[in-house]
Design a protein around this ligand. Structure first.
Ligand SMILES: NC(=O)c1ccc[n+]([C@@H]2O[C@H](COP(=O)([O-])OP(=O)(O)OC[C@H]3O[C@@H](n4cnc5c(N)ncnc54)[C@H](OP(=O)(O)O)[C@@H]3O)[C@@H](O)[C@H]2O)c1
Length: 306
């Protein structure tokens, strides 16, 4: 069932389930970006609870990462939890992070969960629109789309290397959203779509640009999946609407009411992330929603009316 009504029904009636208890991840290493809080932290905790040997939290504020590490170790003392600095707004930071990842003896799983939402036009530190900046510069940076895309490319090699050594495909999961359906994506008609997105007058106040950034996540991961080869299973996951710090820029009455009535907990959102990263090994380039593979229908027009 598509559109807003279908989404509301599924939020009410299809709560995510935890991984089956018999799934074990002993010996494996995972990276979780945005792992200091919200869905990323919950996913890291759940992976550790299933015996994961090492989890690397990619965080932009190390002190927050250290607090998250304590929380994970409290429940799963056997897990080696490492906090690595990572800022999606800095090309240098992403490159340093991936160079460090290349020194790992193995990397089985990556969950790219870091992301943000603004309802006003915000420029990143390099002067480009925060959700989807693009102009090629000596120091390009961006969070939801370019940060995620670049990091997924940079981490592909260690994932492939581990898959060849272990004989088991590695996993790369990008956290997208149901809202990727809900964008008219008018910028696609511009001669340079991504440059257009850097222009303040292309930004309509509200969540449309965030929605577009999540559509770009989907388009990117489909393309990447085709190019990654058999060694890496790439997929995208919709965690559903969840209570977390994510909605801090959007404190309007409507968002608060929807959160109150329909939102899942961060723990439930974490169930979706680990389900996508651990199960569904045959589903390459898939979009998972409510923990099942779901068709992604781009530019679905009914959202205007439903
Ligand atoms: N919550 C929802 O309802 C919902 C629904 C659909 C999809 N999602 C997606 O789920 C993912 C996680 O969201 P969440 O609910 O866990 O949000 P959250 O609690 O706000 O956590 C977001 C994480 O991203 C990190 N982050 C933000 N900007 C960053 C940057 N420039 N570099 C590195 N890390 C950065 C944050 O770090 P700091 O703590 O330092 O800010 C935080 O760790 C996002 O991709 C979001 O789009 C969320």
């Amino acid at each position: 069932m598509g559109g807003l009504l279908g989404w509301a029904y599924r939020q009410r009636c299809c709560p995510p389930q935890p991984l089956p208890a018999d799934i074990r991840l002993d010996g494996k290493t995972a990276i979780v970006t945005g792992g200091n809080v919200g869905l990323g932290l919950e996913a890291a905790k759940q992976l550790a609870a299933h015996g994961l040997s090492r989890v690397i939290l990619g965080v932009r504020t190390p002190a927050k990462g250290e607090a998250a590490k304590e929380e994970i170790i409290r429940d799963s003392p056997g897990c080696d939890v490492q906090v690595w600095a990572l800022d999606y707004e800095s090309f240098e930071s992403m490159r340093a992070f991936s160079e460090r990842a290349a020194t790992l003896d193995r990397l089985d799983m990556v969950i790219l969960s870091a992301g943000l939402k603004f309802i006003e036009f915000i420029q990143s530190r390099t002067g480009h629109e925060m959700h989807v900046q693009v102009r090629p510069t000596p120091n390009p940076s961006q969070v939801n789309h370019l940060g995620t895309s670049l990091l997924s490319l940079l981490l592909l090699h260690p994932l492939q290397h581990t898959a060849r050594a272990t004989g088991t495909p590695s996993r790369l999961t990008i956290v997208t959203s149901e809202v990727h359906f809900w964008t008219p994506f008018k910028e696609k008609d511009a001669s340079n779509t991504l440059s257009r997105m850097n222009e303040p007058d292309s930004f309509n106040p509200g969540i449309t640009r965030y929605n577009t950034s999540k559509l770009l996540n989907m388009l990117w991961l489909r393309e990447l999946s085709g190019k990654a080869g058999p060694d890496v299973v790439v997929n995208g996951v919709n965690p559903g609407l969840c209570l977390s710090a994510f909605h801090r820029s959007d404190t309007g009455f409507g968002q608060r009411m929807v959160n109150k009535v329909l939102a899942w907990t961060s723990e439930q959102g974490g169930h979706c992330l680990v389900d996508a990263a651990v199960r569904h090994p045959e589903d390459r380039g898939a979009y998972l929603s409510e923990q099942v593979v779901t068709e992604s229908v781009f530019f679905f027009p009914l959202w205007w009316w439903v």
